[in-house]
Write a protein that binds this ligand. Structure first.
Ligand code: ATP
Ligand SMILES: Nc1nc2c(ncn2[C@@H]2O[C@H](COP(=O)(O)O)[C@@H](O)[C@H]2O)c(=O)[nH]1
Length: 406
């Protein structure tokens, strides 16, 4: 409060609607898409805990506060905005840490359009921008008791720096040795349903009478740690992940026989007889769907545990040489403080601070968003950022800098 309010109109000179800033304080930007103006910044429902979003509809002259899905960025003192392909707004946070500077606010992507239909409100969705593709997550499915957890534990034990487990949410009660936050996030149904409504889940399903789901955050935590994510989910969940922005490898685990599955499930001793019967009924359906559909990239039979584990490792390329690849290259953007940014058709030129002449080449970067993938409710992958030399012939240096907005 007290500081003069700044509103940047994405480099466009347009008559701003009367009353835009009458109630707000803080840094804001406005991006025009058709009849709508997306105002990003300022206070968010009074809490000031995240970046607020409002939409002004020029045709009706009315303001709308949209439903905001996905994981929101933390607030920042200032930001720059660029409209990409008329479907998402790239937000470069000023004064941010390297792994937190590039975010996307999706305003008209297929995901947002689908959510608008479902929720019957205005919808926007946040997605964090990350540099490299990263290794594809692995989805492991199969009937209860087939040995998914056993195989995953072996992988995590042998390759602790390569794999990270996506900790699901569930409404079922914890078993004796299960720890909250490690095996599952044990949660109340009402809380989980609210989080699902808020777009915080990649997938969810009712399994054996309880709600299970993979949150966007669970996958993000693993990616942020530079690891390859493993999801242990049922077939309904696998189908939803296949349809989502998360590109994964899908593996279905089969028992050698139905009798053996029953033996393992009973032998585990974690379910009552009634629950075992429920799981076995579901297993029949899952086995049919898993084996017959083209949902899965690989089907493994878990007869002898060691043999199955070796096959799993082989198909994941874990023959020693791949381990080094998964210790992946830097995955986050290096975003300089106090930058000057400029929009060049899916390439953004960023100039940092006020460089001394001899250091100019170090302070200019191009952020290329032409080959981005994924998106809300998960991360937007494939951002490319590189330093440039402004005096190099081909680029024609600083002449490229147009419409500075920040
Ligand atoms: N190849 C195998 N041969 C014999 N027993 C096995 C084999 N694989 C796993 N088991 C045993 O089967 C039981 C069930 O395994 P596990 O808990 O890993 O199954 P799951 O697929 O993860 O089940 P859920 O989906 O219910 O979590 C465990 O007691 C485990 O030790
Ligand atoms: N769709 C999802 N299914 C999940 C998830 N986490 C676990 N599961 C599946 O539920 C059953 C039962 O698990 P249990 O721990 O109660 O034995 C099993 O098939 C899991 O694969 C999830 O997040 N989404």
């Amino acid at each position: 409060m007290g500081e003069a309010q700044k509103i940047f109109l994405n480099g466009l000179e347009e008559v701003f609607p009367v009353g835009l800033d009458s109630e707000s304080s803080g840094f804001q930007t406005a991006t025009i898409l058709g009849e709508k103006i997306f105002v990003i910044g300022g206070p968010d429902d009074g809490s000031n805990l995240s970046i607020g979003i409002r939409i002004f509809d020029k045709s009706t002259g009315k303001w709308d506060v949209p439903t905001v899905l996905g994981i929101k960025p933390t607030p920042c003192k200032g930001h720059s905005v660029f409209l990409i392909k008329k479907e998402r707004i790239l937000i470069l946070k000023g004064d941010s840490t390297p792994d937190d500077c590039a975010w996307f606010l999706e305003v008209d992507t297929p995901y947002v359009r689908e959510q608008k239909k479902l929720l019957e409100t205005e919808v926007v969705a946040w997605s964090k921008g990350v540099k490299c593709e990263g290794p594809k997550p692995i989805v492991i499915s199969g009937p209860s008791g087939v040995g998914k957890g056993t195989l995953i534990s072996k992988l995590m034990k042998e390759f602790p720096s390569t794999f990270g487990f996506s900790v699901s949410h569930t409404t079922r009660a914890p078993r004796e040795k299960e720890k909250d936050g490690v095996h599952y996030h044990f949660t109340k149904r009402s809380m989980m349903e609210k989080a699902i409504q808020d777009g915080k889940f990649f997938e969810f399903a009712s399994v054996h009478g309880n709600l299970y789901g993979t949150s966007v955050e669970a996958v993000q935590v693993v990616a942020d740690a530079g690891k390859r994510c493993i999801l242990d989910i049922d077939v309904q969940g696998a189908r939803q992940v296949r349809a989502s922005s998360l590109e994964a490898i899908f593996i279905f685990i089969c028992p050698p026989s139905f009798e053996e599955l029953e033996k393992r499930l009973c032998g585990r001793g974690t379910e009552t007889e009634e629950q075992v019967q429920k799981r076995l009924r579901a297993a029949k359906v899952e086995l049919e769907q898993g084996k017959s559909s083209d949902l899965f990239d690989h089907i493994l039979i878990n007869d002898d545990l060691e043999a199955c584990y070796e096959t799993l490792k082989k198909l994941l390329g874990l023959d020693g040489s791949m381990e080094a690849i998964y210790q992946s290259s830097p995955k986050t953007l290096e975003h300089p403080k106090d930058s000057l940014v400029s929009d060049m058709d899916q390439k953004v030129l960023i100039q940092c601070g006020s460089p001394e002449l001899g250091e100019v080449s170090k302070s200019l970067f191009i952020l290329d968003v032409s080959s981005i993938k994924g998106g809300a409710p998960g991360q937007t992958r494939g951002l490319n950022m590189y330093g440039i030399d402004p005096f190099a012939d081909g680029l024609n240096g600083l002449k490229q800098l147009q419409n500075p907005v920040y």
